[in-house]
Ligand binder design. Structure first.
Ligand code: ADP
Length: 375
């Protein structure tokens, strides 16, 4: 039985382990928090820091394969393990490219992958010299995630919001839609594409509102997105499961925003909505099985359940019973011990053939299911 380790024990690790239960595989998790969502679903839990060389190296030494659920892992340890014969998904080289937004953008430019025009800024002083480039988006090279390393610079007055660290300054795109392409590639280079996901943002909060899949797009746009995503994964030269996030501009152009070299929030619906989920697919790749069927069983909507504003502490799920009684709604709560404003605590997938019904019920779930704290 193969021994496979996951770096990180959050909800992505948890859902990976749920899918692992279908296969002969011995699972290991490395994570600092013993109470994390994945801790009790693996065969072996190791407490340790995924960013620390020794912790990652010691954890990975006896394993056959390793994967990640977050990019902020110690890639030097991964590289050493890889050189010693541990299979790493994604390959360390691909992870290095993606982990740093500067290297990632340069990778797109080098391989003629359409992406918004950009410049590199080493510090605030350099940013100040580039006011001509505004309106733009400033993205910190290393260490940003979930919007925390991104600043919209609409006018020159916004420049002080920029990062005083190596960053990408990217032209602001007039976005019509944000789309995700989940794409799988195995050791043989065989590829499977999932139906596209429309990530619908709330314009007031600039937060993901809900996701719909398959996305409704003109066929030409769809083909462009598929071709671009294929190029990204082929050039990354790594087996694994990837989420390519793209913008479709108001003019109909397609730009890659960023790529995640791992299972991703934009693929959670595949658990119920597609024949082979993104988690199942990654196991197939790691275990050397044939790729799965990415076809949709039903169209779906996905709503993230996040901690309410003003509530921190042990979570309580208001409206849960009501959502559990909705037809074709699938509730996932991640078992996090603490809620915080905006923290991802769970998600709900809704299936329906009717897009209007999906949108309506996505809003209904958002209004009904709230994560508050006990006190
Ligand atoms: P993160 O990695 O933190 O998720 P992203 O690079 O995806 O950051 O940016 C977060 C959000 O900011 C995007 O989903 C998009 O709405 C907006 N954004 C990012 N880049 C641009 C751009 N070039 N033009 C317009 N909006 C952008």
């Amino acid at each position: 039985m193969l021994k496979v380790g996951i770096l990180g024990g959050g909800q992505l690790g948890r859902m990976l382990l749920q899918a692992a239960a279908n296969y002969p595989v011995e699972t290991f998790v490395l994570e600092n928090d013993e109470q994390c969502p994945a801790a009790h679903l693996c065969h072996h839990f190791t407490k340790g820091d995924i960013r620390n060389f020794d912790d990652v190296y010691e954890f990975g030494k006896g394993l056959d394969a390793l994967t990640i659920e977050i990019e902020s892992v110690n890639e030097d340890a991964l590289e050493k393990l890889e050189n010693e014969g541990v299979k790493v998904y994604p390959r360390t080289e691909a992870l290095r490219t993606i982990k740093n937004k500067i290297l990632q953008k340069q990778f797109y430019a080098k391989h003629q992958v359409p992406t918004a025009p950009f410049e590199i800024t080493a510090n605030l002083e350099e940013l100040r010299a580039k006011t001509d480039f505004i309106p733009a988006v400033h993205k910190i090279g290393a260490g940003g995630y979930d919007g925390k390393g991104v600043q919209l610079l609409k006018t020159a007055d916004d420049i002080s919001k920029g990062f005083d660290a190596p960053s990408v300054l990217e032209k602001m795109v007039a976005i019509d839609k944000e789309i995700a392409q989940i794409i799988a590639i195995n050791e043989k280079g065989e590829i499977a594409l999932y139906p596209l996901v429309d990530m619908v943002f709330n314009p007031d909060l600039n937060l993901l509102d809900y996701q719909i899949s398959p996305a409704s797009l003109p066929e030409k746009t769809l083909w462009k997105i598929e071709a671009i995503s294929l190029r990204v994964v082929k050039e990354l030269k790594s087996p694994g499961l990837f989420a390519v996030e793209l913008f479709v501009s108001k003019q109909g152009d397609v730009f890659v925003n960023e790529t995640a070299p791992r299972v991703h929030n934009s693929g959670h619906h595949t658990i119920e909505a597609n024949f082979s989920s993104q988690f199942d697919m990654l196991w197939r790749i790691i275990l050397g099985y044939p790729l799965g069927n990415t076809g949709p069983i039903y169209p779906s909507a996905l709503v993230n359940i996040v901690g309410e504003e003003g509530h921190s502490g042990p979570p309580q799920y208001e409206g849960l019973a009501e959502v559990l009684q909705m037809d074709c709604a699938f509730v996932h709560l991640y078992g996090k011990k603490q809620t915080k404003p905006g923290r991802k605590m769970g998600h709900v997938t809704i299936l329906s053939k009717d897009t209007q019904d999906l949108i309506h019920r996505a809003h209904k779930v958002k209004q009904t299911l709230k994560v508050i704290s006990k006190q």
